[in-house]
Write a protein that binds this ligand. Structure first.
Ligand SMILES: [Zn+2]
Length: 87
């Protein structure tokens, strides 16, 4: 296969495409960093609320997977699907 001739117009179009992709990548990176900051804030908030409410936050619910299980008064339970088990 012979290398394809690149015309100035095409090179210009490729540069424009690169710029657009770089700008898009920067936007996605900024959104990801903002999401990570927000996630950390929410995790800290959940920990603080759980501590104040004397609730332990456990691992993700194995039945619905939508939320972490909570432990209160020796019972492990899921606030979303209602799964419940004594410890
Ligand atoms: Zn559940």
């Amino acid at each position: 296969m012979t290398p394809r001739e690149t015309y100035p117009q095409e090179r210009q179009r490729e540069r424009t495409g690169d710029r657009a992709r770089r700008a898009q990548l920067e936007q996605v990176t900024e959104r990801l960093e903002a999401t990570e900051r927000r996630l950390t804030q929410l995790q800290n908030t959940v920990r603080a609320v759980a501590r104040e409410a004397d609730v332990t936050v456990s691992g993700p619910c194995g039945r619905c997977g939508r939320v972490n299980l909570l432990v209160t008064d020796g019972t492990l339970h899921c606030p979303m699907c209602g799964y419940r088990r004594s410890l």
